[in-house]
Each structure stands twice: as C-alpha cells, then as structure tokens.
Design a protein around this ligand. Structure first.
Ligand SMILES: CC(C)(COP(=O)(O)OP(=O)(O)OC[C@H]1O[C@@H](n2cnc3c(N)ncnc32)[C@H](O)[C@@H]1OP(=O)(O)O)[C@@H](O)C(=O)NCCC(=O)NCCS
Length: 234
C-alpha cells in the first residue's frame, strides 16, 4: 500500500487531475487536495508558499526556524517525496488557489496506522470551513485507499483551534508529553523533558487518536468509502 503514496508523489503534470482528491461539501466541490509531487517541488511558487506558511505558523510547530527556500525544497524532497511512509497535499480552493497544506506520515501498512500532520491554513479560502472538510477528505481517503484503522495527531497543548477541529473529527486525547524549550542559534525546539518537571511544564505535546470506527460513525454518511474494487471499507 505504500506504493499508493509513491504513485501519488510521482504523478506527472498531465496525470495530476486523477490524483487530486475533491473536497466535497453538501454535494458541491469546494476545493481539492493536490499531492505534492516530484515535479511540483521544482516550482518556485510552490516552495515559496510552503515556506511562507510554515514561517507564519511557526509557533504552532515543535520546531521554529528562519525562512529559507533552499531548506524548504530540501525538506520537501528528503522528508516528503523520498519518504515512502509519508505524503503531503496542498489544499486548494474551488478555483485551485493554494490555501494550505495537510499531510500524513509514519504510515504503517501492517498495523494500518498513521499520523496526520502538517495541517496549516496559509491564507483564507473562498469557502470558510474548508480546513475541516480537507481533513475529512484526507481521512476518508486514508481509510479507503490505505485501510487505516487508527490515526494519530500530535498538537501543542495551547493550540486551541487545532484541538477543536480534531475533537470535531472525533479524535480523543490519549497522552500528554511535557516539553522544554531548547534554543540553538536561530532555531527553537520544543523537546520532551527527560525528567518530570517540578511545576507546570512550559508546554505540552498532546497526542490524540481517531479510530476508523469513530470516524465512520460521525462522518460515514459524508465520505466515499468505496475503494473502487467493489469493497467498502467499514
Ligand atoms: C489550525 C488551523 C489549520 C485551523 O484552521 P482555521 O481555518 O483557522 O480554523 P477555524 O478558524 O475555523 O477554527 C477552527 C475551529 O476552532 C474554533 N476556535 C477558534 N479559536 C478558538 C479558541 N481560541 N478556542 C477554542 N476554539 C477555537 C473555531 O470556532 C472553529 O470551530 P467551529 O468551526 O466549530 O466554529 C489554522 O488555524 C492554522 O493554520 N493554524 C496554524 C498552524 C497549526 O496550528 N496547525 C496545526 C498543527 S497541529
């Protein structure tokens, strides 16, 4: 099944339409998820958007670093395209304007688990609630195409917006890891503390889990679970 992730990332310009996942709300297409591909990371505007969005939202990720196009391209190549358990989609609105990103990593095809990651809205889309529907689209696709049974989410404890969206999806908190801040030059990292802190930890990483059953119970009526082989993943 990892080969599915490879296929999406190797899609060429003329094939890309069949690898985009439509974001459908109440029967109407409000946008799409477009996979980040080998080919697309050669485009300066794609790399620029990824870089600018990540810099603007830096405080909500465990590592903050200064902007750099070269570094962003290297990250896209080595951490996304070359990793066979990972994929990133660009969220586009209905006229195909890129507005954000959403991804999946640590896909374990035996255990059928993954971590949904890298959610970010870089600019406002035409449809207000697109982030939630982008997550539903990715979630449905991962159940249908990858057979995912359990998805993890890691979110900083003070990120109320993201936690609210994940709870709406049916995710529940399963773990909290105290973090401490490490500064190295211009890079800030929030790393797990080895020892239990005396007082309140500076920040915490909240791990949430969403199961296939919980997702289908809430959203089964809204998402397409037919994988095209006559088999419906329930
Ligand atoms: C997280 C993110 C993708 C959410 O997208 P968004 O389009 O801003 O989402 P919204 O503004 O619709 O907010 C999402 C929900 O949180 C709620 N919310 C907003 N601020 C909130 C707060 N302070 N406390 C609790 N809930 C809050 C909103 O009301 C909304 O819920 P609703 O749809 O039920 O009204 C976006 O804020 C973002 O890109 N943040 C920076 C990157 C990031 O944090 N990524 C997640 C890493 S784990």
């Amino acid at each position: 099944m990892r080969s599915i992730l490879r296929d999406y990332k190797q899609a060429r310009g003329e094939q890309i339409l069949s690898y985009c996942l439509p974001i459908i709300v109440d029967g109407k297409v409000q946008g799409r998820l477009r996979p980040l591909t080998h080919e697309s990371i050669d485009h300066e505007d794609v790399i620029k958007s990824l870089m600018e969005w990540r810099v603007a939202a830096g405080q909500w990720f465990a590592t903050q670093f200064p902007p750099n196009e070269e570094g962003t391209r290297a990250w896209a190549q080595h951490q996304i395209i070359d990793m066979d358990d990972r994929i990133l989609f660009i969220i586009e609105d209905e006229d195909h304007t890129p507005i954000g990103q959403i991804g999946l990593m640590h896909y374990d095809e035996t255990a059928k688990t993954c971590e949904y990651d890298n959610l970010l809205r870089g600019r406002k889309g035409r449809y207000g609630n697109i982030v939630l529907h982008a997550l539903l689209t990715l979630g449905g696709w991962s159940l249908r195409e990858l057979g995912v049974l359990k998805g993890y989410l890691n979110v900083l404890s003070d990120n109320a917006r993201a936690i609210h969206i994940y709870e709406t999806l049916g995710a529940v908190e399963v773990q909290r890891t105290p973090l401490r801040k490490e500064i190295e030059g211009e890079v800030i990292r929030w790393v797990p503390t080895k020892d239990q802190p005396d007082g309140e930890p500076e920040r915490e990483m909240v791990t949430m889990v969403i199961t296939r059953e919980a997702f289908i119970r809430r959203f089964g009526h809204e998402i397409d679970l037919d994988n095209g082989e006559g088999k419906t993943w329930t």
